[in-house]
Every structure is written in C-alpha cells, then in structure tokens.
Ligand binder design. Sequence first.
Ligand SMILES: [Zn+2]
Length: 384
Amino acid sequence: MARLYYLDSFRTAFDSSVADVADGWVILEESAFYPESGGQPADFGKLSGLAVTDVQELADGRIGHKVDGALEQGARVTGSIDWDRRFDHMQQHTGQHLLSAVFEELFQIPTLSFHMGAAVSTIDLDVASLTGAQLEQAEQRANRVVFENRAVTVSFEDAATATGLRKASERTGELRIVTITDVDRSACGGTHVRATGEIGPILLRRTEKIRNATRLEFVCGGRAVRRARMDYDALSLVARTYSSGVDEVAAVAVAQAERLQESEKARKKIAQELATLQGRAMYEAAAASSDGLRRYLHRGAVTDEVRAQAQAFVAGAKAVFVALSTDSVLIAASKNAGVNAGAVVKSVATRGGGSSQMGQGSIADAAAAEERIRTELQWPKESI
Ligand SMILES: [Zn+2]
C-alpha cells in the first residue's frame, strides 16, 4: 500500500524511491507522510535529509511532498516523520472521533465538521447552543472512555455492507473504518492512536455560535496538559495580584469589580459636583464684554465634566460657553444671552445640533469652526 500510515500510524521512518516529480511535488512509490485532509494538517519531516514542508493529495490521488531541495526521479530516499507533530495530530484527531461519538451518544447531536488548528481544535456541532452542564457531562464521559483505554482499530470494509457508522459515508467500494471499541465506528483516512489512553486528557473549552451550529474548542493529550499549565500560571498571577488563593480568586475578582464600579459611580458624581462649582466660579471670575455678555472658551475634549461646567456657567445671566476640541464642539448659552446655541453648532458641525441653550456636534476643521463661531457669536478678539 502506497500510504504506509493507513496500516501503521506509528511508523516514523521508511525507505522508498522517487516515482515522479510533478509541478514541484515529489511523489514516492510509498510514503508514511500524511497529506493534509479531513481537518488534519500535513506531516512535516525529512526526505533524505531535506525538509518536507508540505504534503498534499494531488488531483490524481497521488501524495505530493514539497521538499526543500531537489530529488530526481528514481532516487532512493529515506523518509522520517516529525513525530512530535504527528503524534499531537493523532491525539487531537482520535480525541475528535471520541468527542463526536460522545455528543451523539449523550445528546444525539451530530458533528458537522472538524478543524485542527495549531493551538486548539474545533468541532461544529449541529445544535443551536450547549449548556455548561452538557459540556461538563460530555467532557467527563469522554475522559472516562480515555481511562478505560479502549482499543482503536482500523479495518477495511465494503461500503455496501459496513454497518453502524456514526456518519454514513458518501464513498463507494472499500472504506477504511476506524473503530473505538463499543463507542464509535467512522470511515476515516486519518492517523489515530492505538488505544484511547494514548489520547490523554480531553479538555473542552469555549463554544461559539456559528449560524445555527455551535463551534466547540477542545484540546487533547499534550495540548491539554500545556493548556492547563498556562491556565494555572495565568490564574496564579491574577491570584497574587489580588493577594488571594487560586481557588478564591474568581469570587475576589468579581467582588472587586463590583466595588470598582460603585467607586467609579461615586467618583463621577463628585466630579460632576466639582465641575458645577468650577462653572459657577468661572462665571463669577469672567468679566462681561462691552455687550454685557460673559464668555468662556474651553479648548479640549468635551467631557461630562466640561458639560457640567458649561451648564453651571450659563446658569448665570448673559453667559456663553464654548468648548472646542479638534473634532467636537459644545456651545451653551443662558436664556437671556440672545444666542441660539444649537443653531450655531449646526452651522459649523458635520453632525449635531441641539436646543437654543445647549448644542453639541462633530467638526472636521477646528480652525474654520472657531472662525465661524467667533463671527456668529460676535466674540471680541481680546476675550479669546
Ligand atoms: Zn479519523
């Protein structure tokens, strides 16, 4: 069989010869390299010392190897598989078979697709949402099957007579069937471990709604251990920051966030009160121009505090307050100032408006807006 991994997923080295070189792809008489397919990435490794950087199934069904160097047709080659990468893929892939079977068994939820990423893998489940309890139950069941170390075997059966498949195969003729004893039978051309114990721990992570399906992230084996280590390190750092234990830090963080929200609310209230007092003081300090108006120009962002200052300023008689930043404007005027604040804002803003006493908007050209406002409000030069 040209595909050595079909019968032995644990084969890491092999000898063969170059059958063909086509469009930059090296085709061997036989190969243990797995080509990217079925959601599982390609194997990496070496062919006679040259790096293999990609393996794909070509249009004619042959396996093409992308090799970092030249190999001639007929050359004898020694192949070696990057085993860490392959075994990681085998753990994730077999874990996927098991998880998909468990979601069928427990909740009759079929798996629509599988994707193996560099850090996490996902299955798309044919269900609108999953509860936390369902996730926990599925995780426990899957890990129990791991602990039972059930055999994972490969058989070749005729599509017409193969029964008990989790998902009906669209292929005809001979099927390669991967069986997890008494849990799952699936037609699959991928690489798998020999027994469920080799999958290692299975950790379910976040879910995401994808149209009407639910995408579930999971990690198996070495990835699960590394992930748990990263999670623990992150949690320890957070716990230290809060001077708390790892087990208590979630409750401590929630309580702190609530307190922070309350203090922020109190701070805002005090800032508003302060701004109101400042606005009044600014009014008292402002000298009236020859037309009897007291004017104040604030250069800078229009914040809630500035708005409160403006309101307090124009609470006094015959007063106009302008706040101008590079992209926004606020104008406030007292009732008896003879100024329509909203109309002036509208005349300079790209968007915005307001009442005769208070207007706010966005501006595109601050210098032009200021010039226009001066004219509209007959703002004497000496007061700016
Ligand atoms: Zn498979």
